[in-house]
Design a protein around this ligand. Sequence first.
Ligand code: HEM
Length: 449
Amino acid sequence: MEEGYKKYKGKAFMIPELGGWRVILTGPELVTELKNAPSDVMSWADAMRDVNLTLTPYTLGEEVEEAPIHTEIVRGPLTKNISSFFPHIIDELEVAIPLLVPENEKDSEGWISVLAFETSIQTVARLLHRIFVGAPLCRDTEYLGVMTDFTKWVMITATIVSLFPEFLKPYVARIIGTRDRQTNAVVKHTRELIEQRLKLKKGKDDKFEEAPDDAITWFMDIVPDRELNPFHLSRRLLSANFGSMHTTSLSTTHTLLHLAEKVEYQEPLRQEVEAAVAELGWTKEAIARCVKLDSFIKESQRLTGLGTTSMTRRSRRDYTFSDGSFVPAGTTISAAASWIHLDPEYYGEDAHEFDGFRFSKQAEADVESGKSHYSLITMSPEFLLWGYGKHACSGRYLAANIMKTIFAYILLNYEIRLPEGYQPRIISFGSNRIPDMAAKVLLRKRVDA
Ligand code: HEM
């Protein structure tokens, strides 16, 4: 793909894949054209089904495919309430981190060795589910196990089912049984909570303001009547969990490893966090003020990201791009995210280097003009971590706040480094890029924390 990018920059090119060819778009013009193409021409849903192979009806449920309302919830109450979730996020971190970084396992110099991915996913899972279902359920290890394993089960099921012809797929999916088994495993923990909540809801249109502000309440406000039961509401929780858990944990792991590797950034980042929290407390405003931390995470994501491609769509009709490239209906199309992220034209001659303050230096200039072009959540044809356009990640405000708060908390409480001689590496398969799952980091409680 690197060769194709260099040769055809500004145009489209094709790469062979197991299931056929994929058209790769380069340059802001074509990426913006893909972003602006209507859904009946370039379909996100078809790509999810046929390319990302989530096979939603067999893994998440027909109703999730028909009405992906978790997207509405993420765009609406979840994002609007981030400020009010902050005390819960901090409260949860204060409980989770000492458990995940156990002091009794420290060596003679005080360093505690933990698996980077496992620590990230356990932390992210607790924070997300503190928001989705509240405490104490968000701390129940069996419930969290079902939630953290769910992505794996979706992928295994979808891969096996996709090997069979269309008419056999429902039978194979039923034999594997993931969808209902995983839902029932969640119901085991949520039944009581959901039944209590159902009693509180007085009628179909009752928005029951007394109920806690969490994903169960939000789903109950918008699902059709037939889904107002523990089974279907649990399935909706799984769908919210599916889009948020691995994306956020893998991204957190990439940055955790960068933070442990680039120790020279820790003190300036810590000073920034200390000053913001001293003045504004543990609030969304304090975290927003941490522009260097924002920049460090964005730089880490620019260089690692979750995949080599982004914005994957399936063409529903024949289409000719403005550079003259013709794609017949049924073609898979993606933007060349990784190579765009490494292009010196957009990121300068040092585009391949890690510069943790690359974006905050630019942001300083922005402050004067009142813009925020360079923040982690800003999307552009040159920064495609969150996708771009209509289907871009609506959870990015929450994801960015969660990641920034985790690192702010770690920086204030710990020193962090890599084990002697270890160099972080990225594992690529297909268009995915994941951190080394066996990578460890060392944390040591700060004396003056
Ligand atoms: C660092 C963490 C995350 C990354 C890197 C990420 C990335 C993405 C990407 C690349 C897309 C597809 C965009 C496209 O195809 O154009 C997406 C979609 C989506 N993400 Fe995220 N995501 C993250 C966290 C989250 C979280 C925490 C939530 C929810 C709480 C979430 C909810 C969603 C939803 C609902 C969509 C579908 C949007 C739509 O179709 O309108 N994501 N995300």
